[in-house]
Design a protein around this ligand. Structure first.
Ligand code: IPE
Ligand code: IPE
Ligand code: MG
Length: 252
């Protein structure tokens, strides 16, 4: 972490109700490139700073009692960026993982990667496999990183897996329900996000967790990801606590 959080924000701010915190926060970490451009620096500098921001958000979730965090690190569409940027990102993920694994183990973080991991560079996959294996028994915060992730791709691969079971006689069509479908998603076993935060002001979900987001509360801030600190997270949580989650029902 590059900067220590203000003393007042090391613990859950007093105006937040600890019983009404989201159990799972998902973040679309957008705006790294613009942040760097604003400083007259190359885009990769924004990605580097963005990694520090994520590290502190993870720690903040732990400090404030939020049990699950999911971060969108690389989408299936991000391969369409310049080769040098894609390569930089892959190397950055690998380097950060190698650097942070020991601390995540100590802090009882359970890390999981979701997405089409097979298409990632071998050396990154090795770090991913190692980090998941080394933290699988941890009972602390569930930290999920969506890498080469696309919601449409996830749904298609679930359909294929289910269709193949039907084809081979392991399943009947009538047995396919929401619960069974979810068991074939990458996020199997992880509760749905309660709160989705998107930085940099874009009002879209960019192929992130399409199924899982059905009833997430959405919070969009113009703040660019590298500037998304505990003060910003506090604002997002305060807004979340003002929302009335109805899930399609009416107040009795
Ligand atoms: C998000 O920041 C990081 C990734 C998608 C990997 P961007 O790189 O999209 O930054 P902007 O949106 O161009 O500013
Ligand atoms: C979404 O950001 C993907 C990640 C944050 C990894 P993008 O910058 O790729 O999304 P668009 O292109 O603005 O929709
Ligand atoms: Mg972007």
């Amino acid at each position: 972490m590059s900067v220590e959080p203000p003393v007042t924000l090391q613990q859950l701010p007093a105006d937040l109700d600890k019983n009404r915190l989201p159990k799972h926060v998902a973040v679309i970490m957008d705006g790294n490139g613009r942040w760097a451009k604003n400083q007259g620096k190359p885009r990769i500098v924004g990605h580097q700073k963005g990694a520090d921001t994520l590290k502190d958000l993870l720690r903040c979730c732990k400090d404030w009692g939020i049990p699950a965090l999911t971060a969108y690190a690389f989408s299936t569409e991000n391969w369409g960026r310049p080769r040098t940027e894609v390569q930089f990102l892959m190397t950055l993920f690998e380097r950060v993982l190698r650097r942070e694994l020991q601390e995540m183990k100590q802090e009882n973080v359970k890390i999981r990667f979701v997405g089409n991991l097979l298409d990632l560079p071998d050396s990154l996959r090795q770090e991913i496999d190692r980090s998941m294996a080394d933290t699988q028994d941890n009972q602390g915060i569930q930290f999920t990183v969506a890498t080469n992730y696309g919601g449409r791709h996830e749904i298609i691969q679930a359909c294929r897996a289910i269709a193949s079971k039907v084809e081979h006689g392991y399943l009947k069509t009538a047995q396919i329900d929401e619960e069974l479908f979810e068991q074939h998603l990458y996020t199997q076993g992880i509760p749905h996000p309660d709160l989705l935060i998107r930085t940099s002001g874009e009002m879209r979900i960019s192929n992130f967790l399409l199924w899982q987001m059905a009833y997430a509360e959405i919070y969009v801030t113009p703040t660019l990801w590298p500037d998304f600190n505990r003060v910003e997270f506090h604002k997002a949580l305060a807004t979340y606590q003002q929302r009335e989650r109805r899930f399609g029902k009416v107040q009795s």
